[in-house]
Design a protein around this ligand. Structure first.
Ligand SMILES: [Zn+2]
Length: 137
């Protein structure tokens, strides 16, 4: 949890007006849709979920929902690598780590088996699958 909060702060430049609420979540402007034209609006939130944080944007035309892990992966691949490394060092919950290994494994498999043309399709499928894995938690 501590590590997650450090990483939320590290990507705060992408999420204007980020601030911690009394409930322990972080409200901010959405870095994905740019949020409302009204500069004081904060439609997005990082909220604690289990032993990590999830991201949500409440704007109807955005409706972004993601784990902190995937937000990092999407926006800051380098930071994501560091994050996964720290999680491993922290001996984080094994299911979390298993998921990561499984998806890495699947990607390696797709890469070695697929022709370039079908690779994109498989990649999309694996992305969907990853999201389902996340939803199941
Ligand atoms: Zn948004």
């Amino acid at each position: 949890m501590q590590i997650d909060e450090e990483y939320i702060l590290q990507i705060s430049s992408r999420f204007p007006k980020l601030s911690k609420t009394s409930k322990g979540s972080y409200s901010c402007r959405c870095g994905f849709c740019g949020d409302s034209k009204k500069p004081y609006k904060k439609s997005a939130n990082f909220y604690p979920k289990g032993d990590t944080f999830n991201y949500i944007c409440f704007r109807k035309d955005c409706n972004k929902r993601s784990s902190l892990k995937n937000v990092l992966k999407e926006l800051e691949p380098e930071l994501y690598g560091k994050y996964m490394e720290e999680m491993r060092n922290e001996n984080h919950s094994s299911s979390f780590w298993d998921d990561y290994n499984r998806t890495q494994e699947a990607e390696r498999m797709y890469r070695s088996l697929s022709t370039p043309h079908s690779f994109e399709d498989l990649r999309n499928n694996s992305k969907e699958w990853k999201e389902r894995v996340w939803e199941a938690h």
